[in-house]
Design a protein around this ligand. Structure first.
Ligand SMILES: [Zn+2]
Ligand SMILES: [Zn+2]
Length: 156
């Protein structure tokens, strides 16, 4: 009767390591695909700390460079220097999904730094990083961000 009554020992159930591996390889694939879009970063793996310039692909140090954002659309871009805002804007302003870390309520950010008009929720922010300091300007749109950058920005 032992063939009928005996139960097979159950295997211990727990998180299967295979699932974790699958997730890691998904992340890896996503990173690789993203890198392929910017030739300058294609050979950099693992990625260095920092994000690529949205125009030239050079790594933008977290404590340097500029970040642009359109908070309403949760879109962002990074620039190694102000001059790269201009060609980026001229070529259609390709944003990445995401937000920038600047969350200030500076009253200066309610008007466009270029034309002085009040900006609404569709505003574009440009945040300059200098070490721990963040200096932000607001714009009514990418057009005026470009015009402002072309003129040399805040320090012109
Ligand atoms: Zn650049
Ligand atoms: Zn404006």
């Amino acid at each position: 009767m032992d063939a009928c009554g005996r139960k097979r020992p159950e295997r211990a159930r727990g998180p299967r390591p295979r699932q974790k591996l699958a997730l890691q390889s998904q992340i890896l694939t996503a990173n690789l695909q993203r890198n392929l879009h910017s030739p300058a970063r294609r050979l950099r793996w693992p990625p260095v700390h920092g994000e690529p310039c949205s125009w030239c692909g050079a790594t933008v140090d977290p404590e340097d460079g500029l970040r642009a954002a359109e908070p309403a659309g949760e879109r962002k871009a990074a620039f190694c220097r102000l001059e790269h805002v201009v060609p980026w804007a001229m070529h259609g302003a390709h944003w990445d999904a995401g937000t920038v870390e600047f969350q200030g309520d500076d009253p200066a950010l309610s008007t466009c730094a270029q034309c002085g008009e009040a900006v609404d929720d569709a505003r574009v922010l440009l945040v300059r990083h200098r070490g721990e300091f963040r200096v932000a300007d607001a714009f009514c749109g990418v057009d005026h961000l470009e015009a402002w950058a072309r003129a040399g920005g805040r320090y012109s």
